[in-house]
Design a protein. Structure first.
Length: 367
């Protein structure tokens, strides 16, 4: 037997009425195809839309009971504030752009990680803007894309010196902090104390009794590598020591290995300062293959103190740089610029380094 439903019989409701928050009147729930609005929350909570807005924006001028009532209604309805509309109304997007040349280096990755964590703790998101090439055109292109995005500020993590870039198309409202580079007097800079860390590394080897210190440098276009080369040379000159020929690397373990094969042939080389830990790792391999003992024949110091440095064979003496602190100070710097109305400060903030002495350094061999 087939039972027909009369055409004029009312269809069952597709959505039940929403159970009200205690103290508020019952209201129909929005249909599934309808976006939950602030007005829906206000009706369910029994308050005004203005009160919902104040709770949504974290405004302190709402009583705890009312705030709890509004939050319960938001949860019950699945309401999510329209962040885009709020951004347009406030004139800010709560987003920080990060212009970055490469993610291939340990320092950049760890600094970016700290920036993301610090920004999130302040209620900001980050937008990553890669540089297509380490050239003036590549840098300008990244800044042009920055101006097309909804960001309030920018942090620049750049291998090259920004003083080499003549014109940067930067929107006037976007505040900028530069990490580990040189921006002249145009922007604030947060940098690791490259020179101080290098001086400490070289002096450590000289204090052990080594006559001089060889160096495997980073790539010539890198600002950090240039600073370390200058500090290495200056420290030796001030100590009245010979400055040996420099071996050029590119931050990779493979480049440290190639340089190490050449240094291993030189019997006068008893101490090497590598500009980063990855190149020091390649150097250790080359010395091992050449039958050289570390530190018995050659002492090795790196720079970075990557998490694996203590597990190198032997554990690596290195310069520790605080990437997390660099990232935190970059975020704090751009937020301070955004919040202060007076002219933003410029100049460089140096984050200190310190030596971590392990088993890869010792006095030179006798005789």
């Amino acid at each position: 037997m087939i039972t027909q439903v009369a055409k004029d019989q009312p269809e069952p409701a597709t959505e039940p009425a929403t159970a009200p928050v205690p103290g508020a009147a019952a209201v129909p729930a929005p249909r599934r195809t309808q976006r939950v609005s602030m007005a829906h929350v206000a009706r369910l909570a029994g308050v005004s839309s203005q009160t919902v807005s104040r709770v949504s924006n974290g405004h302190p001028g709402v009583g705890e009971e009312t705030r709890s009532q509004v939050l319960t209604a938001m949860k019950q309805l699945g309401y999510r504030p329209n962040s885009a509309a709020r951004a347009l109304k406030r004139g800010e997007f709560r987003t920080i752009g990060v212009i970055l040349f490469t993610l291939a280096t340990t320092g950049n990755v760890r600094t970016l990680e700290a920036i993301a964590a610090s920004a999130a703790s302040e209620g900001y998101a980050i937008t990553l803007i890669p540089v297509s090439a380490p050239t003036q055109d590549g840098v300008r292109g990244a800044f042009t894309r920055l101006g097309e995005l909804a960001v309030d500020a920018a942090i620049v993590i750049m291998e090259v010196s920004l003083t080499d870039v003549e014109v940067l198309p930067l929107p006037p409202h976007v505040q900028v902090v530069v990490a580990d580079s040189n921006a002249g007097d145009r922007y604030s800079v947060v940098d690791t104390d490259q020179a101080g860390g290098t001086r400490e590394a070289v002096q450590h080897l000289l204090d052990l009794g080594h006559r001089t210190v060889w160096h495997i440098s980073g790539p010539p276009e890198s600002f950090a590598a240039q600073r370390r080369v200058r500090a290495w040379r200056t420290t030796l000159e001030e100590a009245g020591r010979e400055v040996p020929p420099m071996a050029a690397g590119d931050w990779s373990a493979e480049s440290g290995y190639r340089a190490g094969l050449l240094l291993a042939r030189n019997p006068e080389c008893t101490a090497v300062f590598a500009a980063n830990d990855q190149m020091a790792l390649g150097l250790l391999r080359a010395l091992h293959e050449a039958g050289k003992s570390v530190p018995g024949d050659v002492s090795v110091v790196g720079f970075d103190d990557i998490p694996e440095a203590g597990s190198f064979p032997p554990p690596l003496t290195t310069v520790h740089q605080d990437f997390a602190e660099v990232g935190r100070r970059c975020v704090a710097g751009v937020l301070r610029k955004m919040r202060e109305q007076h002219a933003p400060e410029r100049g460089t903030t140096l984050v200190p380094t310190h030596m971590v002495i392990r088993e890869s350094t010792a006095p030179p061999p006798r005789g």
